[in-house]
Design a protein around this ligand. Structure first.
Ligand SMILES: O=C(O)c1ccccc1NCC(=O)[C@H](O)[C@H](O)COP(=O)(O)O
Length: 214
């Protein structure tokens, strides 16, 4: 197993859960965003979460979710973390942490140096940061677009909470991404898929192997 903690996001089947477990991933991500090809119904997410072995943290990804939706998700799905992937304010992050008693990871999109101060702000209120590529203007999805950002923007930067690198990671580039950024955790979705929303067990294994072998 690699010393880098892996999150595989956008899981949709029992086979995906097996692949994540075999790869030694630390986190399994379930997407609740109707426009996404990885969107899950709450009952389906519950089934998959119940199959996820202990030791793999179950993360629910939501986008600007209101309390009613979060109540429904957290009431039905056994979870270890909430990932906020919209434009939630720092105050909303604090509110969600307090209301649900779960660690909260806030995603921040990075496209240029102008986006970096947001990481400082959210680093004061979230339990973890997801340092992701900023979606292109007009994109349907605020994440999961398979696009990388310029990793030099965050070389040598550190935040007061644990963080994950995301955005366009693949089995071919993840070792370099870790080397350039110093990330100790990485998150991937498109880079381990054979088609949008379809995870590929071979690519998941290759992603983990690329980290082990670096
Ligand atoms: O994956 C989605 O469909 C998605 C939908 C709405 C908001 C966020 C979404 N994904 C966020 C993730 O956690 C991804 O793993 C992360 O953005 C990296 O994605 P990728 O570049 O495809 O590896």
């Amino acid at each position: 197993m690699s010393d880098i903690r892996i999150k595989i996001c956008g899981l949709g089947s029992e086979t995906d859960i097996e692949a994540v477990s075999r790869a030694g991933a630390a986190y399994a991500g379930f997407v609740f965003f109707p426009k996404s090809p990885r969107n899950l119904t709450i009952p389906r997410a519950r089934e998959l979460a119940l199959l996820t072995p202990p030791g793999v943290a179950k993360v629910a990804l939501v986008v600007n979710a209101n309390d009613a939706l979060l109540d429904e998700i957290t009431g039905a799905v056994p979870l270890d973390m909430l990932q906020l992937h919209g434009s939630e304010s720092p105050e909303r992050v604090q509110e969600i942490r307090a209301r649900y008693g779960l660690p909260v990871m806030k995603a921040v999109g990075v496209g240029s140096a102008e986006d970096l101060p947001a990481l400082e702000r959210y680093g004061r209120v979230a339990d973890q940061l997801l340092v992701d590529a900023k979606p292109p203007k007009g994109a349907d999805l605020p994440g999961g677009n398979g696009l990388a950002f310029d990793w030099r923007l965050i070389t040598g930067r550190r935040w007061p909470v644990p963080w994950m690198l995301a955005g366009g990671l693949t089995p071919d580039n993840v070792a370099l991404a870790v080397q350039m950024t110093g990330a100790r955790q990485v998150d991937v979705s498109s880079g381990v898929e054979s088609a949008p929303g379809v995870k590929d067990a071979g690519k998941i294994a290759a992603f983990a192997e690329a980290l082990r072998a670096r």
